[in-house]
Design a protein around this ligand. Structure first.
Ligand code: SAM
Length: 332
C-alpha cells in the first residue's frame, strides 16, 4: 500500500518522547536516586512521597510514550489511520449529542429550507447528518407527513393513520463524496437503521477532485449541498466550494456547520494550539481555520449567505472542537 509519509517521523512524536524522558529525569532530579542524601530527601517528604511521585512519573511517561508511538504508527500507515478515523467518528458522531440541536437546525434554515430533491454531501463520514433528515422512521415532526394520511376501512372500524412520508419521496438522489472508503458500509448501515429509503451513491473521492470534468457529478444539478465538520480536513477549502457552487442549481443551497479557530489569546485558542499537531494526525489533516472568513470570501455576492456563530458544549476530550459556525448559502 502506498504511504506518503513513510520514513518521516512526525515532530509531535519526537516532542512527546522527549517530554516522556524529561518527566522521569525531572522526578529523579527532584527526589533523588535511592543513594542520595537522606536529609535532602526528607525535606521533600520521605520515602513514600518519593515512591508515589516515581509511580506517577512512570505512568505519565508511559502514557506520553504510548501516544507518541500511536501517532507514529498512524502517520506512517494510511490504511490504519483511515480505519481508526472510521471507528472514532462512528463511536462519537452517530450517538446523540448537544451539538445535534444545531446540526439539525441548519436542515430547516431560511425560506423553503430542508433537505429535498437532489442532495450532494462532502465528507459525510458514517452518515452523521441522517439523524436530521426528513422521512426517518423516528421523525415525529415530519412536515411532509400530512401528504401521507391514509384511511383504512374494515367491516367494523374505520381508522385514519398518519405515516411519515418515506424519504425516497423527499430526497430523489443522495451522493456522498467521501475519500475514506471504509465509510461506505457504515453510511449504508446508518441510512437503513434510520429507516431512510433514498438511493445512495458513494463516490470514493476528495471534494477537491469531484466535479463534472470527470463525470462524477453534474453541473447545475443539485438542490442541496451539505458540508458539516469537513472543511477542517480538506486540503483546499476554495476548491471544494468552487465544486459545490458548480454542482448547485440556481436557487440551490449549501448548508454548513463547521468548527473554527477560537479567538486569539482565549483559553480555547491555547487548547487548540496544544492539540493541533495531534488532531492533524488522528483527524486526517484536520486543522483550525477561520472558516467564516473563507466561506464569505469564496462564495462572495453570488450567494445570499446566512451565517451564525455558536458555542455548543462538547464532550470533555473534544473540548477544543469549538466554537462553531452554521448557516445556509443560497445560490442566486
Ligand atoms: C470529522 S468527519 C465528519 C463527518 C460528518 N460530516 C459529520 O458531520 O460528522 C470528516 C469527514 O470528512 C472527510 N474528508 C476528509 N477530507 C476530505 C476531502 N478532501 N473531501 C471530502 N471529504 C473529506 C473524512 O473522510 C471524514 O469522513
Amino acid at each position: 500500500m502506498c504511504c506518503t509519509s513513510c520514513f518521516s517521523i512526525p515532530l509531535v512524536t519526537v516532542r512527546l518522547l522527549l517530554t516522556s524522558v524529561a518527566v522521569l529525569y525531572g522526578q529523579r532530579l527532584l527526589f533523588g536516586a535511592s543513594s542520595s542524601n537522606d536529609d535532602e530527601r526528607s525535606k521533600l517528604g520521605g520515602r513514600w512521597t518519593r515512591r508515589i511521585s516515581l509511580a506517577i512519573s512512570v505512568v505519565i511517561s508511559l502514557l506520553l510514550a504510548a501516544l507518541a508511538v500511536f501517532l507514529l504508527v498512524l502517520s506512517t500507515n494510511d490504511d490504519y489511520r483511515r480505519r481508526n478515523m472510521v471507528g472514532l467518528v462512528v463511536r462519537q458522531n452517530l450517538k446523540s449529542s448537544p451539538l445535534d440541536l444545531h446540526r439539525c437546525s441548519i436542515f430547516n434554515m431560511g425560506e423553503d429550507g430542508g433537505v429535498r430533491g437532489r442532495v450532494l454531501e462532502y465528507g459525510p463520514g458514517p452518515g452523521t447528518n441522517f439523524k436530521c433528515f426528513p422521512g426517518r422512521a423516528d421523525d415525529n415532526n415530519n412536515t411532509d407527513a400530512a401528504d401521507y394520511t391514509t384511511t383504512t376501512t374494515t367491516t367494523t372500524t374505520t381508522t385514519t393513520t398518519t405515516a411519515a412520508r418515506p424519504s425516497v419521496d423527499i430526497i430523489e438522489e443522495y451522493v456522498a463524496i467521501e475519500p475514506n472508503p471504509y465509510f461506505e458500509d457504515e453510511i449504508r448501515k446508518e441510512r437503513d437503521a434510520r429507516g431512510l429509503t433514498f438511493p445512495l451513491r458513494f463516490v470514493g473521492m476528495r471534494g477537491e477532485d469531484a466535479n463534472a470534468n470527470d463525470g462524477v457529478v453534474v453541473d447545475g444539478y443539485y438542490d442541496v449541498v451539505i458540508l458539516t465538520h469537513v472543511l477542517c480536513s480538506v486540503e483546499s477549502v476554495s476548491d471544494v466550494l468552487v465544486n459545490a457552487e458548480r454542482a448547485l442549481k440556481p436557487g440551490g443551497r449549501i448548508i454548513f456547520m463547521e468548527h473554527v479557530a477560537a479567538g486569539r489569546g482565549s483559553l480555547t485558542w491555547y487548547e487548540q494550539a496544544l492539540v493541533a499537531p495531534i488532531l492533524y494526525i488522528i483527524g486526517n489533516g484536520c486543522t483550525f481555520r477561520n472558516l467564516r472568513h473563507d466561506i464569505g470570501m469564496q462564495l462572495g455576492d453570488r450567494f445570499d449567505i446566512m451565517i451564525e456563530d455558536f458555542d455548543a458544549p462538547m464532550p470533555l476530550f473534544m473540548h477544543f472542537v469549538r466554537p462553531h459556525i452554521k448557516g445556509v448559502a443560497i445560490k442566486k
